[in-house]
Design a protein around this ligand. Sequence first.
Ligand code: 2AM
Ligand code: CA
Ligand code: CA
Ligand code: CA
Length: 251
Amino acid sequence: MQPMLNIAIRAARLAGNAISSSLENKKSIEVKQKGKNDFVTNIDLYCEELIIETIKKAYPDHSFTGEETGVHNGSNTEYRWIIDPLDGTFNFIRDIPHFSVSIALQVKGRTEIGVVYDPVKNELFSSIRGTGSKLNDQRIRISSVPQLTSALISIGSRKDSNNYSEKIISESYDIRRLGSAALDLCYVASGRTDGYIENGLKPWDIAAGELIAREAGAICTDFNGSAQYLKTGNIVCSNVKLLREILKNLA
Ligand code: 2AM
Ligand code: CA
Ligand code: CA
Ligand code: CA
């Protein structure tokens, strides 16, 4: 898996550098509205193509699913790269320096590699299943905060997250709404936050980050405690004790 991780890291850094350069020349950024609260730019599209091209050069038979260009099947559909070229597009558009590139590799439907790269802070989170997680070259580990009253929870920044956020705001120590789902999971992985809750996500938002979080000791479930979060798009992520308490508050 290490050679594949290296390729994923190369692709993530290339895309991240392209995103950073585009911010130096803001006139080069073209914004289009995709849905009610969903925007896309020419940079999202450019980066998705760049990532696919970079991985394809090394693995021409692999398959891809990307947020912006959809499904590309190679002759080998058992190896599928799940790509979010720019997670936190709205932050990017508003010049808020918090967004990431997210790349996961699934083999027969199971995530084996995850890379999330924050080009502004030059922070690269990565994991190979079974080997733990890293931030750049350092091993990372989740926090052990056992109860919600002392926990810092990041909740999704999508508007329909308001359904559960009032309860979590009142029960937790404090909350954050940071705007990149992939980084939210990596921040739990590295102990910066104690838990993360969001609904309505797609596989490319969370596939890489949830592996990085789990390999750093976190448990991820959907809102009813089952393991279907990649399918339902609803995810809770934290240490096991805190998770039980969060789930109670979502019920
Ligand atoms: P995106 O930037 O790649 O679209 C906060 O908005 C987080 O939710 C981001 O990770 C964002 O990913 C994700 N997200 C998923 N679906 C969304 C939607 N319909 N509108 C806005 N953000 C969405
Ligand atoms: Ca989007
Ligand atoms: Ca996303
Ligand atoms: Ca995106």
